[in-house]
Design a protein around this ligand. Sequence first.
Ligand SMILES: [Zn+2]
Length: 420
Amino acid sequence: MDASPNYSRRRMLAAAAATVVPLSGAAWALLSSSSNGQPSTRSEPALTPTDTWNPIIRVNLNPDLFQELRIAVDGPFRISAPGSPRVLAQEQRLVESLVTTDGQNIRLRDASFAISQIEIIPIRSPSIWIGDSLYRGSIRIFRQPDRRLLVVNVLPLEEYLASVINSEMPAAFPRAARQAQAIVARTYALSVMKGHPQFDLFSTSRSQKYLGNQYRDSSGRRLAGETDGSREIVRETSGMVCTWRGRIFSSWFSAVCGGRTTNGASVFTDSVGALKSVECDWCRDAELYRWNRSFDLQDVSRRLAEHFASEGSQLGTLRSITEIPGPPGDLPYYSVSDGAKALRIAGSTFRRLMPYGELYSPRFAATVAGGEVRFAGRGSGHGVGLCQWGASGLGNAGRSALEILRYYYDGIETVRLRPS
Ligand SMILES: [Zn+2]
């Protein structure tokens, strides 16, 4: 997860269609006993699908939209307008084909649908390939005014989470960390539901990573997006969410905090009191706990100049970058100077100006020398909430999933949602 602070959506303040129940004694025992990453020998909690509140979630598979889309279906399917029982087409299977739009119709092979959205509903799940990824559930395709396509995977929340756990956290991480990740990912997903008419969240780190059921790498090898292990973690934590003052909240998390998590309120407008900064050296084994990167001075100067020009300010070639002292744990701000004038910029803004993913975190010391800007940074991601590598460290030290959650989210409760 690495959402920008400006990522806006309406929060769901409570899980309206669900009943909140305290965790049973069995669930407490399960999540409170650390197994140090070894497979549990404990029998699974007696949960059936009807015991778990399992709403449908809608995942945007490409924030940048598709101009054309490769799709294949490995079995029988039908095509309808989303929400309509009327069948527009049905086939026994679909070999890989292109979906396109001319702005009026959605085209698939020799069929043309003169509507703004279609849903491809397979009989068996998973059986729909979008590009090199196989997805559970159905696929909705929305024609956009600019002749691009919005593609949304529609599936039950718990099935979605079975992939998110592996997409967000290595299978080698301790079981307690992966259980905590499942609970946090479920909480986050529910907090963003109903924020958009066509989808709930993105399949990328803009929301939380979701690779689908399987995917092919560049050599065509099939890799598992979900596994028996991730499905087991979902079952063990089924329906469990974190609440703060009785409500589901945006349970932000990031990869590596680098020594101290960041106060949520200094980054996100929807931050609740649970997202306080805490010290965390538990992530020190992460490769990006400390990092160094160098960038061309002219390139960085140009990016900063364009940013400030859009705000009506001018900045010449960069001479220095200095962190502005602020409250410990808050998002850092920097003074950038061209020698004649100094301007203020948030670390998160600076990071967004650089090529995507190149500046690992907003927490760094920077020096300008020899035609380069050298960054010595701490951590990876925005740093708010659960630190994934920290959760791994805590899990390896024998802490339970619930202890990990309480370490990063101050004053929260963990409850299980069931159908009302
Ligand atoms: Zn950490």
